[in-house]
Design a binder for this molecule. Structure first.
Ligand SMILES: [Zn+2]
Length: 493
């Protein structure tokens, strides 16, 4: 039975099949009354289709969901048959997605063009997507761009957002970040949640607009309030780092938790870190692992890498298992997670859990270094300097060390100091080496015991050359740092 709400400005349509009488409208609470099918307009059928689409999203079982989808499909079909544009467009959507029927992209494309011709704006936007992705038609990015613009100029938020992406990525038009920002913000102001997150991103990374972290956080928050998972995750990150908002780990945890619940893999991985370390919440390793395993099971690189680390170091209730760690690192590296490629390079370099193999080590370090990993750059420098796993090449060695030093890795600066002293030990060379040692001492990111490991496979005379440098240097933080490191290197011999 079909019911219509008696509220004049509501008119909600609903249908049941179980014969149970519905009395009140779920939207406005006014009474509903049975509706004769023969008196439904095309628009009514389309709205009934939306009712069934929403019902399908609430169902617990696949069968129930599919039953609702079939109902939605047949309602849109009836709306379309009477010539309702929304019905035609949504029937196209059913055909595109295979909702309540077999997917048929060609038919979907045809239906979108029919509704677009009637001036129905969402159909114009869908048509643009078809042209951009080649759905049911050939790919035509120029056409996609001009259709997005047409729909965007009508103030349709989704099209405004997609037009912004065209301008940002140069799809069917010249890249233009200022225009990208203009349209993204317009979509955001029209309450498109994804666009609100993207507007925040553009403020954060100064894309088409000067950097403004306060504005970034503000837009993330608007998206977050609308349950947009990426906005929630980015807002959490702002609170974690104190970017544009006051640093607040409890708020960071709160938003990571909501974002994780909405399916953000990045947020699930952050939940692992927060719960494991007890940041902004009670420490709970078991729950931490549950989050991590969930994100890793989706193939999310950073989660696979962190899971690999728990087996590599034997943490979070895991015993050490190098084979499992290696497999997880390999999976993470294949997803482009540079840290995992570094770990693999390190395993082969040290011969931990695998046979020591400089060739393999260089292979992995190169991958990570090209993604910007400063540790891998250092190890590549060491490999080229001594011909470990590659042909010896001092120029390349120096290039990699400089790249790594450019990212403030102290060990790389020490090796550059060493290289400078290898050229000669004049006062100028010593002064240059001292400058580098001062920079190295500024790298507080790692403790000496870790720094020491970088030099296990350093050139044999590294310690003696640097010892003479330390003796030459006057007291101060840099000399202390160097003394400490050289002592640690001595001890391990
Ligand atoms: Zn109502």
């Amino acid at each position: 039975m079909i019911y219509r709400c008696t509220g004049l400005d509501c008119g909600f349509l609903m249908e049941d099949e179980d014969g149970k009488l519905r009395e009140a409208c779920p939207v406005c609470g006014k009474p509903v009354k049975p509706q004769d099918e023969s008196r439904l307009t095309g628009g009514d059928w389309s709205r009934l289709g939306i009712f069934w689409t929403e019902m399908s999203e609430e169902q617990e079982t696949k069968e129930e969901m599919e039953r609702c989808e079939k109902k939605a499909y047949s309602c849109f079909r009836r709306g379309a048959a009477i010539g309702d544009a929304l019905g035609i467009c949504n029937l196209g959507w059913c055909m595109e997605q295979g909702v309540g029927t077999e997917p048929d992209e060609k038919q979907a494309f045809w239906l979108y063009s029919q509704a677009a011709e009637m001036g129905y704006v969402p159909a114009i936007c869908n048509l643009a997507i078809c042209y951009e992705a080649g759905i049911g038609t050939h790919t035509d990015r120029n056409k996609a761009f001009s259709l997005y613009r047409e729909a965007a100029e009508c103030g349709y938020p989704r099209a405004e957002r997609l037009l912004a992406f065209c301008y940002e990525d140069g799809i069917g038009t010249k890249p233009d970040e200022v225009k990208a920002f203009y349209w993204m913000k317009r979509a955001a102001e029209h309450r498109d949640a994804t666009a609100q997150t993207e507007t925040g991103r553009m403020y954060e990374f100064a894309i088409g607009v000067p950097e403004d972290l306060k504005q970034a956080a503000l837009w993330y928050e608007r998206a977050a309030e609308q349950e947009e998972e990426n906005g929630q995750c980015r807002l959490a990150f702002c609170f974690e780092e104190g970017k544009g908002v006051e640093k607040d780990l409890e708020k960071a945890f709160y938003w990571y938790e909501r974002s994780a619940a909405n399916g953000s893999l990045r947020a699930q991985t952050s939940m692992y870190v927060f719960l494991r370390e007890g940041r902004g919440t009670q420490k709970d390793e078991k729950l931490a692992m549950a989050y991590l395993e969930r994100a890793a099971s989706e193939g999310y690189g950073p989660a696979l890498w962190r899971l690999g680390c728990t087996w590599y170091f034997g943490e979070c209730g895991h015993s050490v298992d190098y084979d499992l760690a290696k497999t997880l690192f390999e999976q993470a590296a294949a997803e482009g997670t540079e840290e995992a490629a570094f770990n693999l390079g390190w395993m082969y370099w040290e011969g931990k859990g695998v046979e020591k193999d400089y060739g393999q080590s260089v292979y992995w370090h190169k991958k990570a270094a090209l993604h910007g990993d400063r540790y891998s750059m250092l190890y590549l420098g060491l490999a080229y300097l001594q011909g470990l796993g590659v042909e010896k090449d001092e120029n390349r060695a120096k290039q990699w060390m400089m790249e790594s030093a450019g990212l403030n890795l102290g060990s790389a600066e020490l090796l550059l100091a060493y290289l400078s002293l290898k050229e000669g030990e004049s006062a100028d060379h010593r002064a240059e080496a001292q400058r580098l040692c001062v920079q190295a001492a500024n790298d507080k990111s790692r403790e000496i015991i870790w720094v020491k490991r970088d030099f296990e496979d350093a050139p044999k005379d590294f310690a003696s050359v640097m010892r003479r440098q330390a003796d030459w240097m006057e007291g101060g933080e840099a000399k202390e740092y160097l003394d400490q490191l050289l002592k640690a290197i001595d001890r391990q011999k």
